[in-house]
Design a protein around this ligand. Structure first.
Ligand SMILES: [Zn+2]
Length: 88
């Protein structure tokens, strides 16, 4: 049964169906066009990686970025590693 409540956040398709529940008992949906799954009403918003990267390029401290975006220092270090892997 197709769910017509929302669009896929990745490809904006409305061809999404119910796909079980998350471990927090939220409804999970799957997009038939791009194949990605997502919770319908996630408790946390997805991370804004582009703004985090821009903050890093503006030379904010790693711990400062972690505080502002409410993520762990390890998450910021993962972003740094990803950027360096792309550059090198
Ligand atoms: Zn999609």
């Amino acid at each position: 049964m197709a769910v017509k409540i929302q669009q896929c956040p990745h490809c904006q398709s409305s061809n999404i169906v119910k796909n079980g529940k998350t471990r927090h008992h939220n409804q999970r949906v799957k997009c038939h066009d791009c194949g990605k799954t997502r919770a319908l009403n996630p408790k946390k918003e997805p991370l804004d990686w582009q703004t985090m990267e821009r903050s890093l390029r503006e030379r904010l401290s790693l711990r400062g970025i972690a505080r502002v975006f409410k993520v762990s220092l390890e998450t910021v270090l993962l972003l740094v590693k990803t950027i360096f892997d792309v550059l090198l």
